[in-house]
Design a protein around this ligand. Structure first.
Ligand SMILES: NC(=O)c1ccc[n+]([C@@H]2O[C@H](COP(=O)([O-])OP(=O)(O)OC[C@H]3O[C@@H](n4cnc5c(N)ncnc54)[C@H](OP(=O)(O)O)[C@@H]3O)[C@@H](O)[C@H]2O)c1
Length: 486
């Protein structure tokens, strides 16, 4: 057949079970989706293009005949459409090619899926929203800020127009197992985290909800399986992790997860001017439709999931191990890497305190214990370290918000003494805009209010985290006591 190579083995074709066709199976999300379905008894037909490897079909999806040929030959029960051009700046520069893939190919796929009775799951993005009024529900009106967002929205519309039984799943920024760290906007932060030779400024304006591709893949499979039982499920769904972070916060969390310094990372609180495409400031997704149908899952914590993705890129050999091995090594070394780099005095103190606590626990564990107890102990310990890191991150956020609040209050006090009809220049990114005193006053009051609310929210989160650490400590103590009593 022209346009693609077929390399699915006979043995696979004979495997009983449902057939799913995954487009973009060589991409960040597609690889996870492929694995998830394969590990759960589905027969998976994966399509890649430039990176197609053996066991995957190579097909340029913009070649309509080739695409139709594949559908007719493999007759999938389900299609998960992940292929897209998803780099907003590339879409801005190569608009025609991107629209061709993101919109026209989607349209062809939707028509063909409807014709052959396959269920279509179209992966979309939170970039269909402008980010001005989060959180966004499934029925909220989209208003994309860039061509990429518009192309994904057009793809959604083509999907539902030609294939009304389809599902559109919107997701936020993704990270996962990567072939190179630059493959995801999240893992690419590793380059700056590791380079302590200079200071790096990182965006601290745009709020993101980094989501692990393994979690998205699990939701895709659960959704497809549920639709098989209940074909009335269709339309738009949202799925997102709920840890809110700027790029700066993600980078700090990555540094902490690998016990690396973060004082060379500088938060940039102005909107970046360099990017070709505008990005939404906060396009948080409300995922209530999935939750109502009991189709959502508990998402992985960023601090541990990011280690799973980045450890192959570290030169510290102790991270180059499976997750259980890593936990064991971390436990045995008191939870810390030997590769200690310059730290702030506070950080040093925190680490020393935590290290002492872990060493004390380790001593207590010296008594012979059975394997099961050891496993439970190390799992609890990893959870505790995770939680402690999150509590520290909350502290950092509270500190920054308090500074923002103080700044807003000072400016507020300064302009309160000016006559009412005074007009002032307000710095917006690299521009200055003439505003009335009243407008600036209102904006400052809003800023203070938002900062207050966020501080309150973070303090509650921190309290909860501290309580979980205490519970974990109590559990460890109980485990040891009951063991000794036997
Ligand atoms: N990554 C994110 O942060 C993110 C966030 C929100 C939504 N999404 C959405 O999630 C979906 C998956 O994104 P991703 O991050 O996995 O993208 P990705 O890593 O860039 O992968 C894109 C995939 O599309 C394939 N592809 C590109 N051009 C093709 C063509 N002409 N014919 C056939 N296949 C072609 C690529 O194949 P080859 O590489 O083999 O050429 C690759 O498998 C997309 O719909 C995207 O809009 C992603």
């Amino acid at each position: 057949m022209p346009g693609f190579d077929v390399t699915v083995s006979e043995e696979e074709v004979l495997v009983p079970g449902l057939r799913v066709l995954v487009t973009g199976a060589t991409g960040l999300l597609g690889r996870a989706v492929y694995k998830e379905f394969q590990n759960n008894g589905w027969l998976v037909i994966g399509i890649g293009y430039r990176r197609a490897r053996p066991r995957l079909l190579r097909c340029d999806l913009t070649d309509e005949d080739a695409l139709r040929g594949i559908l007719h030959e493999y007759k999938p029960d389900v299609i998960v459409h992940c292929a897209a051009e998803r780099r907003p700046d590339v879409v801005e520069r190569h608009t025609e090619a991107a629209i061709n893939l993101n919109v026209h190919t989607t349209s062809t796929l939707a028509k063909e899926a409807a014709a052959c009775g396959a269920f279509l799951l179209y992966i979309s993005s939170d970039y269909v929203f402008d980010g001005r009024n989060p959180p966004y529900g499934e029925d909220d009106s989209p208003h994309p800020l860039n061509v990429y967002g518009r192309s994904k929205l057009e793809g959604e519309r083509e999907t539902l127009r030609h294939c009304p039984g389809a599902v559109v799943l919107r997701v936020p920024v993704l990270y996962g197992e990567v072939e190179s760290v630059t493959e995801s906007a999240v893992t690419s932060l590793w380059l700056k985290v590791q380079d302590v030779s200079e200071s790096w400024t990182l965006d601290h304006c745009q709020q993101r909800f980094p989501t692990d591709t393994r979690d998205v893949a699990a939701v895709c499979r659960t959704l497809c399986e549920r639709v098989r039982q209940d074909p009335s499920i269709c339309g738009i769904f949202h799925f997102s992790a709920n840890e809110q972070m700027t790029k700066y916060e993600m980078a700090v969390a990555i540094a902490e997860a690998f016990n690396l310094p973060s004082n060379h990372l500088i938060p940039l609180t102005e909107q970046p001017a360099a990017a070709a495409a505008l990005r939404p400031i906060n396009s948080r997704l409300n995922c209530s439709r999935l939750e109502l149908l009991n189709l959502s899952i508990a998402t992985r914590p960023f601090a541990s999931a990011i280690v799973d993705c980045l450890w192959p890129f570290t030169d510290d050999k102790r991270w180059r191990q499976t997750a259980p091995q890593r936990r064991l090594v971390a436990k045995e070394s008191g939870g810390f890497s030997q590769r200690q780099l310059p730290q702030t005095p506070q950080k040093k103190k925190d680490r020393a305190r935590a290290q002492c606590a872990l060493v004390a626990q380790k001593k207590k564990m010296a008594a012979p214990v059975d394997l099961e107890l050891k496993k439970a102990f190390s799992e609890l310990q990893v959870k505790m370290i995770d939680t402690q890191q999150k509590a520290k991150l909350a502290d950092l956020q509270i500190d920054q918000l308090t500074r923002l609040h103080k700044h807003a209050k000072l400016t507020h006090a300064e302009i309160a003494s000016l006559p009412d009809n005074t007009r002032l220049y307000e710095g917006v990114g690299r521009m200055f805009i003439l505003q009335s005193k009243e407008e600036i006053n209102n904006q400052l009051t809003d800023k203070q209010k938002t900062a207050d609310e966020k501080i309150k929210e973070l303090e509650q989160k921190k309290l909860y985290l501290e309580r979980s650490v205490k519970d974990a400590e109590d559990n460890i103590r109980e485990m040891l006591l009951s063991r000794r009593a036997h």
